[in-house]
Design a protein around this ligand. Structure first.
Ligand SMILES: [Zn+2]
Length: 147
């Protein structure tokens, strides 16, 4: 029966008591009542634990310098690398599948020759780009060695 304890003050006085923000007379009134009222002591403890939780959760917020990406970059780099690999595999599969479909649908030699010609042209372009890149990487490496 929490309301039958006959306290003569508002519940706000309890949190004021907790904060030691009451004037001496009120503080004494609350203390005297708390001495022989179990329910108000329980209420006070509840208020105190809620306050503790609020305080500690405030302290749990990381400081600014703890927000740095250092501990996370390893995982995110790994995921990004995995993502690129998956995407490349997906593109290769999609292009291969599309080419295979077109090859199956082509109903005469001319269309197939056209397809082969197009594919060879694109492939040669890709290979030349790849060779250029490899060449560039090689010269970069030489450049680094020379420095
Ligand atoms: Zn009471």
């Amino acid at each position: 029966m929490p309301d039958a304890c006959g306290r003569t003050f508002d519940e706000a006085f309890l949190s004021g008591y907790l904060d030691q923000a009451l004037v001496q007379g009120d503080e004494q009134r609350v203390r005297v009542h708390l001495e022989d009222c179990v329910s108000c002591r329980a209420l006070l403890e509840e208020l105190a634990s809620v306050r503790d939780a609020t305080m500690s959760s405030t302290f749990d917020i990381p400081r600014n310098d703890e927000w740095s990406e250092a501990p996370r970059s390893g995982a995110s780099r790994l995921l990004r690398g995995l993502g690129w690999r998956l995407m490349t595999a997906w593109i290769v599969v999609m292009i291969g599948f599309g080419l295979w479909e077109t090859w199956q649908d082509a109903d005469n030699l001319f269309e197939r020759l056209l397809l082969v010609g197009g594919v060879s042209g694109v492939s040669l372009l890709l290979i030349s780009v790849f060779l250029d890149r490899r060449q560039a990487m090689k010269t970069d490496r030489y450049g680094e060695v020379r420095k």
